[in-house]
Design a protein around this ligand. Structure first.
Ligand code: NAG
Ligand code: NAG
Ligand code: NAG
Length: 391
């Protein structure tokens, strides 16, 4: 829940909160657009990293209270078989090339209200074809299915099973270790989660989605085996302060860096790019070794594999689910189709609007009660080649 406590307080909070969250979506959308335009210039180093601070800084200028704002997740651009979290330092000289499959991942917040988004784009003119198209269609269709299954009253494990089936229909895998999370104020990884892949060894508490919750739906698909590896720890540049951990650091450079982190990034994930590079290199190691920081490692599938990533923020509003961050995909011509899969088609035909029975006669659905979807809900269009079309 966004806010617990007395009912009146809750209603008040809910209105304010959801409007902040809706505002944010517009900004993220503009950011993604401007980032893509610049990316087509193939110049990784020119991505405007100050952009999030500028845009979020332009909002709520005339309020008295100081409002925290800015980056909630550093911008990452991961290519081809790199799964995620590639956010290079200023000294990096990587240049993007034609044909690269880019995963752009970012997040921002105002007053702790977080929106996140990830989008996949192949640097080329014309439609994406072959396995590259399959893996992107798999991620996008799985995201559309998840949007329809993350509804009040439904359970997290239903979503896990469904997204795996969608990926399998495109002969792809859901990448292990990727979890969809509940978002709370100042909490990017809330405790209600949707598992990557269901397996007996990994246990996640069964949870039911509820009205007025916010989720980051995070779908990563691969043409490979979906078991990514860490190749080089030195590629890691994103960290988050583990707020419940304390340790007396021995090295001077570690203490220097750690105090800079506590000052600038006490809660949200940050990139080492924002620290003093030379000292950070030394100091971060001791902080990570003593669990003061949680690293976000850069993982890889095998060379030649393609990985696609779609992430969005959804508000479970009383009138339905609002997906507040998205960007249209380029044209896809996948080799596989979901046209002959009745189960997936049935999920895609589910609505995202809520229409409760009997105009308020039934006060509040008991746990487990099915919430009726309205007839005017928008089912997703599926084009003849199986590529999902954006609304
Ligand atoms: C990514 O894959 C495309 C298509 O196979 C290829 O043209 C490109 O060189 C690859 N990029 C990298 C960095 O490996
Ligand atoms: C899912 O993610 C968790 C946490 O990262 C990982 O330990 C687990 O191996 C993954 N799932 C499966 C099926 O292995
Ligand atoms: C719910 O209502 C809000 C405000 O009227 C509207 O912007 C939003 O699109 C509605 N959501 C759904 C899923 O109908």
């Amino acid at each position: 829940m966004l806010l617990s406590g007395s009912k009146n307080l809750f209603c008040l909070g809910y209105h304010v909160y959801s409007s902040v969250w809706l505002f944010l979506s517009t900004y993220i959308f503009c950011l993604i657009l401007s980032e893509l335009v610049i990316l087509v210039g193939f110049m990784l180093e020119h991505v405007p990293l100050g952009c999030v601070y500028r845009q979020t800084g332009n909002m709520y200028k005339n309020v008295k209270r100081k409002i925290e704002r800015g980056v909630a997740f550093p911008t990452c651009i991961s290519v081809n078989n790199t799964v995620c979290h590639f956010s290079p330092l200023a000294s990096d000289e990587t240049v993007l090339e034609e044909g690269d499959m880019l995963k752009i991942d970012m997040g921002c917040h105002i007053d702790g209200f977080i929106t996140v988004v990830a989008h996949t784009h192949v640097l080329k003119e014309g439609p994406v074809t072959g396995r590259a198209a399959d893996v992107m269609a798999a991620a996008n269709t799985a995201a559309e299915v998840a949007l329809r299954l993350v509804r009040p009253g439904r359970k997290n494990k239903d979503v896990t099973d469904a997204i795996q089936k969608v990926a399998a229909a495109y002969d792809c895998k859901i990448v292990e270790g990727v979890l969809s999370h509940q978002l709370k104020q100042f909490v990017i990884d809330g405790n209600k989660v949707i598992l990557n892949v269901s397996s007996p060894e990994t246990r996640v508490d069964d949870a039911e989605f509820e009205e007025n919750e916010v989720y980051a739906i995070d779908i990563v698909t691969s043409t490979g085996d979906g078991k990514p590896k860490l190749l080089d720890e030195r590629q890691t540049t994103i960290y988050k302060r583990a707020v419940d951990k304390n340790y007396h650091l021995k090295m001077k450079s570690s203490r220097f860096i750690f105090s800079e982190i506590n000052q600038k990034f006490p809660i949200m994930p940050f990139s080492a790019r924002a620290l003093e590079e030379k000292r950070a290199r030394l100091g971060l190691v001791e902080c990570v070794n003593h669990d003061l920081l949680q690293p976000y490692p850069v993982l890889h599938e095998k060379p030649g594999d393609f990985v696609a990533h779609i992430k969005f923020t959804v508000l479970l509003m009383p009138n339905g689910s609002d997906r507040i961050t998205s960007h249209a995909l380029q044209e896809l011509q996948p080799t596989k189709t979901i046209d002959d899969d009745p189960e997936i088609k049935a999920w895609l035909a589910l609505g995202t609007k809520t229409k409760k029975k009997g105009g308020g006669k039934k006060k509040k659905g008991k746990k487990g009660d099915k919430i009726e979807e309205s007839a005017e809900a928008e089912p997703m269009d599926v084009s003849s080649n199986g590529a999902p079309l954006q609304e």
